[in-house]
Design a binder for this molecule. Sequence first.
Ligand code: G3P
Length: 273
Amino acid sequence: MKIFIDSADLEEIKTGISWGIVDGVTTNPSLIKKAIEKYGKGNFSMEDYIKELLRVAGRLRPVSLEVVSADTKNMVIEGEVLYTKFNYVANNVVIKIPINPNIGAGNNFDGLLAAKELKNRGIPVNITLVMTAEQAILAGKIGADYVSPFIGRIDDFLRTNANLPFKKSDYYSEEGVYIGDKLLEDNGVVSGVHMLSMIKEIFENYRFNTKIIAASVRNARQVREVALLGCDIATVPFSVLEDLIIHPKTEEGMKNFIKDVEEEYKKIFEKGV
Ligand code: G3P
């Protein structure tokens, strides 16, 4: 499984890449806002920042950049602008398009139409804000390069609907959560990972080439769960990337090994090769 970093923070991206475990980057307007606020708005141009981000990611790591409009015409224009302005830097730009940009007055299918048009123009697309397997089928049908189901937000939806208090990083069982003998579910979906498993199965049924990116991943255990499903990619925040390597028994074992090292054994290294 490939691991992408879900961040627009240059330091986080550089560090993840330096660890040798990051295969790509996903951004969205909220992540860009967070990064820009961290480094000080006005200290640099947004265009220069994005170019640097693409350079840091490098030629072999796709970077998703999102459009901000909610109608086909403008999403296509923005996708073209992002691709033309930035893809030359490292040939790694993917345009992120919301599956359904309609927030009241628009057309539910404008995102798919924009994605299809960008694909026709040879521009790779990542269909985002996917919250159901049904939406993912549509992304597969138009031949999107990537589809991003938001697993954590589905867990949030289920626990919020049930008035369960939670922190963003709290684990939510892939098998679902019971209150008494009632399993929390929404339209047959019991967790974000469950939704992803459905998408994986459907894509295999129809041999869709669209790569599935598990997005909105909140903890290390979910990375394991989506890997077990055979998900193509998990995009994870920096904190989850860090957590992937932590276990108290590893730390304890390391301390014991260091404590037990024989003086004579140490001397082997002092002499060198
Ligand atoms: O990749 C999507 C992601 O940025 C959303 O994550 O944790 O805000 O639901 P989250």
